[in-house]
Design a protein around this ligand. Structure first.
Ligand SMILES: Cc1cc2nc3c(=O)[nH]c(=O)nc-3n(C[C@H](O)[C@H](O)[C@H](O)COP(=O)(O)OP(=O)(O)OC[C@H]3O[C@@H](n4cnc5c(N)ncnc54)[C@H](O)[C@@H]3O)c2cc1C
Length: 381
């Protein structure tokens, strides 16, 4: 029998493998990954400074340990260059590897905004352990970090860096942090608490250019303002890795298009995690991966199983202002009702019949997460 081949050793790839092994201990399994194949929890990257963790201390398992645990082969630093769906093969340069079933767990790339200036090559982004090691080396014995993007990842890094002594400037084109996740009142509290920690906000502003100065990088905003930084971190969003799927003729949209069974448009090819668009939803978070991995593992083990998603509130790791968001579904009709106190903002998205469709909890209101989550409709019933 040809092996099940999983491309990618992130949370999606390794969790599918783990779940499959609970159901089938013997089916041949091969994991191929472009990175080092260490098992690590990516969310720890944005609070590793405060947790006093070096990049080397972040991996939980080596690829050899994973191979043994999973009764699988794990090929590291190996990039799949093409997929031949008709022949049930993947290509690794000139080599071909046959598969019985193929799982694409390719992840996403950080979006890079086009910038002028002569220091664009020095703008870093963090979406992997290797990126993070580069970032940590860059900030070593430095002081000033400019963060482009006040989304989840930008805010988490801003909190982690400023709470450990860095001076942080955050720039975002929106006029509030977490523009896609928080209504204005909650965003205002987050903004205030991070400012109290030492974050300088530059909102409603975008970066025009980054240039080398003798001892720093000058970040020039479109409004003419200039920020002096040692390191620039860009965190303006993610785009699913689509090239392999596109070249193989799979249906793609914002992600690799899959149905509730995580099936792509090609027979025996599945996609999961940050690269996948499941019934129109691209959800680059851990919880959807856990649910999808269980369903996909059952399918791979011969019991075709649809994924369903319960409500999955996301914890934003900004300890300066605990924040939990469960955004209403796209196009949901309702209104935000906001309850505000000195150190908390509770924003509930309610429809005309009084049903709770989403929420954002900031500060001490975060403690209500479990109770409110129970009232939310499932993301995918
Ligand atoms: C800083 C940070 C903090 C986060 N915090 C949270 C959080 O608190 N809560 C939460 O829910 N989510 C969080 N997330 C999001 C979450 O970490 C991701 O959704 C999840 O890790 C994605 O896993 P993945 O396996 O889909 O992708 P990835 O981890 O990106 O894995 C992709 C894998 O595919 C491999 N690959 C790609 N192309 C090829 C190829 N051609 N050949 C071979 N291998 C290939 C890569 O090497 C890699 O191993 C955070 C993300 C970041 C960056």
């Amino acid at each position: 029998m040809q092996p099940v081949v999983i491309i990618g050793s992130g949370l999606a790839g390794y969790n599918v493998a783990r779940e499959l092994r609970k159901l089938d201990k013997e089916a041949p399994l091969a994991i191929v990954t472009a990175d080092g194949g260490e098992f690590y929890s990516k969310p720890t990257l944005s609070n590793a400074l405060a947790a006093n963790k070096t990049p080397a201390a972040i991996p939980l398992n080596t690829p050899e340990q994973m191979a043994a645990q999973l009764n699988a082969t794990v090929r590291t630093h190996t990039r799949v260059t093409a997929i031949r769906t008709d022949a049930h093969q993947v290509k690794i340069s000139e080599e071909t590897l046959p598969y019985s079933k193929l799982v694409l767990a390719l992840g996403a790339d950080q979006i890079r905004v086009p910038l002028a200036g002569n220091a664009t090559d020095a703008v870093l982004s963090v979406n992997s352990l290797d990126d993070y090691a580069r970032f940590r080396a860059a900030i070593e014995s430095k002081k000033n970090v400019a963060v482009i993007g006040a989304g989840l990842i930008g805010c988490e890094f801003a909190n982690d860096l400023s709470s450990t002594g860095y001076k942080v400037d955050v720039v975002d084109i929106a006029d509030q942090p977490l523009p896609r996740l928080l209504p204005p009142a909650g965003a205002a509290l987050l903004k205030e608490k991070l400012a109290a920690l030492g974050v300088t906000w530059h909102l409603g502003a975008s970066v025009k250019a980054v240039d080398r100065e003798p001892d720093a990088i000058k970040v020039t905003l479109v409004n003419g303002e200039a920020i002096v930084a040692d390191v620039v971190l860009s965190a303006v969003g993610l785009k699913a890795k689509l090239e392999l799927a596109r070249a193989a003729g799979l249906t793609i949209n914002r992600g690799i298009v899959v149905n509730r069974y995580l099936e792509t448009s090609a027979a025996d090819v599945f996609a999961i995690g940050d690269c996948a668009e499941v019934e129109g939803l691209v959800l680059p978070f851990v919880m959807p991966i856990m649910h999808a991995a269980r369903a996909l593992a059952a399918t791979l083990a011969g019991n075709r199983t649809a994924v369903s998603y319960p409500a999955m509130p996301v914890l934003v790791k900004t300890p300066a202002c605990p924040t939990i968001v469960a955004p209403p579904a796209n196009g949901a009709v309702g209104e935000w009702r906001v309850e505000q106190h000195a150190d908390s903002v509770k924003s509930l998205f309610i429809d005309a019949t009084g049903r709770l469709l989403g929420f954002a909890l900031n500060g001490s209101a975060a403690a209500e997460r479990a109770r409110l989550a129970q009232q939310l409709p499932p993301v995918l019933a």
